[in-house]
Design a protein around this ligand. Structure first.
Ligand SMILES: [Zn+2]
Length: 396
């Protein structure tokens, strides 16, 4: 089975290269919006729309200076968004229409199959060659594994450029044994506890950045509309946002790597179900988002390492005693599980053991493990997000 992998690198373009990149971005946006306009006039097949790119080029000869495949990609992007939209609709979600993209919402252009090459140097910088743009310096902090299928170039609101390189590798089909298994409790208090009693706290510097973000956001909202200062402040806020995202991603990446390297079977809570448990903190939403990313990373790394990840229904995992199975009711603020059988451990530790037991089917209650979802679809979805070809306008 083929598995997709994504690698992300910061690009350091020269002034001249950056000008070309900005221009390419604009040309792609122009083509995307034109194609959408065509589509709005009446239903068209992918092929028909592909054809109309030629017409658009005829009318706008400067497009001939762009790499043709990069422009063509906008047609794929459009149709892939339409498919996602149709899928959501089929699942009973209320969806909006695709909308025209403003500069702020259009940040990526893509090289698919052709037009790129990695040039390895023996210096600090390697180079990413992109057709019609040139050899852009970058630092390859991670070796690339597999055959490169796609390169997405993204401009962040802070003005930094990144390349997401998507490769394909042969997957490992090896069956896992259930020895060396672990259950993980995803805490609402920013940390993880596992069934071996190991726990990881959220890095302190993250909280520091979050406080800083709040301060700068307040500052932003006080600036006069359309003023230069407001624009400057906007970039400042965006930069902190990116910092938080990077640090958090880094933290989650290390965490998921740790579990995949050390265990053959990993049980986690099914977050979709966990969402139903009402905790009305704002910060809770932030944690949820990063936990689902953590689970995604876990599954993705596990798949190529031949490790099995199972999602289980989290209901009652905090309340049940992991030793004698009786229910020990506790409030959110009760940090310790204290049972009449003599077991006294951290509540999240108790819950992690229950999660593992549930996954291994050692529990006699009516709840059975939830089947694990196919990973590739999820991976593709996250790639979609990663490459910025996000869609919509979805209304719930
Ligand atoms: Zn007990």
């Amino acid at each position: 089975m083929k598995i997709k992998r994504a690698y992300k690198y910061r690009l350091y373009p020269t002034k001249e290269q950056e000008t070309k990149m900005l221009w390419t971005l604009e040309m792609c946006r122009f083509v995307y919006n034109k194609l959408l306009e065509e589509l709005n006039k009446g239903k068209k097949s992918k092929k028909e729309l592909q054809h109309s790119i030629l017409k658009i080029k005829e009318e706008n000869p400067e497009l001939l200076n762009a790499y043709a495949k990069v422009l063509q990609y906008e047609n794929y992007r459009l149709f892939s968004s339409l498919r996602t939209l149709a899928k959501l609709k089929n699942n009973g979600k209320r969806v909006g229409r695709l909308r025209f993209k403003s500069k702020d919402r259009f940040r990526t252009f893509n090289y698919n199959q052709y037009g790129f090459e990695i040039i390895k140097n023996n210096t600090r910088y390697d180079k990413l060659w992109l057709s019609r743009i040139g050899e852009i310096p970058f630092i390859m902090h991670r070796e690339i594994d597999g055959k490169i299928k796609q390169v997405a170039v993204k401009r962040y609101p802070s003005g930094k450029w990144f390349a997401s390189i998507i490769t394909e590798v042969e997957g490992n089909k090896q069956k896992t044994n259930r020895i060396n298994s672990v259950g993980i409790d995803l805490g609402i208090n920013n940390y993880i506890y596992d069934s071996n009693g190991t726990h990881f706290d959220s890095p302190k510097y993250l909280n520091k950045f979050i406080r800083k973000l709040k301060k700068e956001q307040t500052c932003f909202s006080r600036k006069t509309k359309d003023s230069r200062n407001r624009e400057k402040q906007k970039v400042r806020v965006a930069k902190i946002h990116e910092k938080i995202m990077n640090h958090r991603t880094d933290f989650l990446r290390k965490l998921s790597r740790h579990y995949v390297n050390n265990f053959g079977f990993i049980a986690v809570e099914d977050l979709n179900i966990k969402n139903l448990i009402k905790v009305s903190y704002n910060s809770r939403n932030i944690m949820d988002a990063s936990w689902s990313r953590f689970v995604q990373m876990l599954e993705y790394k596990a798949e190529s390492a031949g490790v099995q990840v199972m999602k289980v229904e989290p209901e009652e995992t905090t309340q049940i005693c992991s030793n004698c199975r009786i229910t020990v009711p506790k409030h959110l603020w009760n940090r310790t599980h204290k049972c009449t059988c003599g077991l006294e451990i951290d509540r999240d530790y108790n819950s992690a053991i229950n999660i593992l037991k549930r996954a291994l089917g050692q529990e006699l209650s009516e709840s059975t493990p939830v089947e694990r979802e196919p990973l590739l679809a999820e991976m593709q979805a996250s790639n979609l997000e990663e490459t910025g070809s996000h869609i919509l306008n979805v209304k719930h």
